[in-house]
Write a protein that binds this ligand. Structure first.
Ligand code: F6P
Length: 405
């Protein structure tokens, strides 16, 4: 008989627990495993009134709030237990479960099958703020202004923080940096068929429908001039328009650009037919900074600064422009930008309008390219990429705008 499992999420509000819980469920269900989520927050919203939105309800000294929250947790445990009894394989308990006391209660109450705790840590201030702003839009905050809701949610988090303890004493657990898809620490569950699958999926960069576009041509591109902040050329505007025409009807909920005008201008063509699209500029996606060589032509650099050309040709990946950057340096920030973009879009269809060096680096993350080859990857301006990456599928498709989808 197939063993059964409880997965109990652990983490402060807005740490990415529900996103990860959904991924675990979707992935296991794809393997034919019966998996369901039991979410304390949803149950609370069903069972209690507006009082449970107020931050005070979460104060550790608020006996009434504490008692109701514990009752809700027990009711969810009971439902999860029944569900496994009736044929389910994996029950995910999605709640903060931040104190050792609560986790002991889970282990004691759910003693019929092992409990694997999965702790989510999100220390990226930008992502935390974005998650909090999303929570502030929940219907339970309908009577609050956005700022009031944000402040109230922050106060709620502070109460949770005051009693929060990291995993350590529990029997089986994984602690995950949800932004970096990295396992920070673990107490493995040897012999479980689910453990390696869950372990793999928390470290996978999970992408469904990521479109990677390079901005259209600029006058600088036409002249072989690098960097700067030029606008699109007439040809670039035509390219952006045909890209938008080619992608018409393709769902895109988020567009991430760099802070450069050529990237934003290209994105605006895509936004024309998508009134609800969220456009966000991330400086992590700015083109490689060529330092003292910014705004120069490759030809001028060859003549006026032959050392730059010689050294760059010798090791293009590691070469750092005077007062500028190397590919190796860019890689760090682009990786952070990609993680932020993927986290902020929460799995919705997403487009990144990047630059030549930036798109090379992003592509290399999915193609597992050798470092020294990255600066030579082909990133044309009249084609875009569609990327999918899950534990079961890795796909990088290059699509010319002119072709039919
Ligand atoms: O030429 C366009 C450009 O985006 C420049 O702004 C940038 O310096 C360059 O591409 C990066 O490509 P490479 O590393 O091949 O010079």
């Amino acid at each position: 008989m197939m063993p059964k499992l409880y997965v109990a999420m652990v983490g402060l509000p807005a740490s990415g627990k529900s996103t990860l819980a959904n991924r675990i469920r979707d992935d296991l269900q794809g393997e034919g495993i019966a998996c369901a989520i039991f979410n304390n927050g949803e149950l609370r919203r069903r069972l209690t009134g507006p009082e449970s939105t107020e931050s005070q309800w979460y104060a550790p000294g608020n006996e009434e709030g504490r008692e109701i929250r514990e009752r809700i947790a027990l009711q969810n445990m009971e439902e999860a237990r029944k569900w496994l009894e009736e044929g389910g394989d994996v029950a995910i308990l999605d709640a903060t479960n931040g104190s050792r006391r609560r986790r002991r209660l889970l282990e004691q109450t759910l003693s019929d099958h092992p409990v694997l705790f999965v702790e989510c840590v999100n220390e990226d201030p930008l992502l935390r703020e974005a998650c909090i702003r999303n929570k502030a839009k929940l219907p339970e905050y309908a009577g609050y202004s956005e700022e009031e809701a944000v402040q109230s949610f922050k106060a709620r988090i502070a109460y949770y923080e005051s009693i929060y303890e990291h995993l350590s004493e529990e029997k089986f657990w994984l602690c995950v940096d949800t932004m970096a898809n990295r396992i920070l620490a673990e107490s493995p569950m040897e012999g479980s068929p689910f453990y390696p699958a869950i372990r793999e999926l928390v470290v996978t960069t999970w992408v469904k429908n990521l479109y990677l576009v390079r901005h259209g041509q600029t006058e600088f591109n036409a002249e072989g001039r690098i960097g700067g902040d030029p606008l699109l050329s007439a040809k670039g505007r035509t390219q952006a328009a045909s890209l938008a025409a080619h992608m018409e009807g393709v769902p895109i909920d988020y567009i991430f650009t760099s802070t450069r005008r050529r990237s934003h201008e290209t994105a605006m063509y895509l936004a024309r037919t998508r009134p609800d699209v969220i456009i966000r500029a991330l400086p992590e996606f700015d083109e490689l900074n060529a330092g003292l060589c910014e705004n120069m032509c490759y030809q001028d650099i060859r003549v006026q600064m032959p050392e730059v050309t010689r050294q760059r040709n010798a090791d293009k990946f590691n070469y750092c422009y005077p007062e500028g950057e190397s590919y190796a340096m860019v890689m760090q920030r682009v990786l952070r930008g990609l993680r932020r973009a993927l986290f902020l879009s929460g799995g919705a269809p997403t487009c990144i309008v990047g630059h030549q060096a930036i798109n090379r680096v992003i592509l290399s993350m999915f193609l597992r390219q050798r470092m020294e080859d990255i600066p030579y990857m082909f990133v044309p301006q009249n084609q875009y990429y569609r990327i999918e990456s899950t534990p079961k599928l890795r796909l990088v498709e290059r699509i010319p705008y002119a072709s039919k989808r």
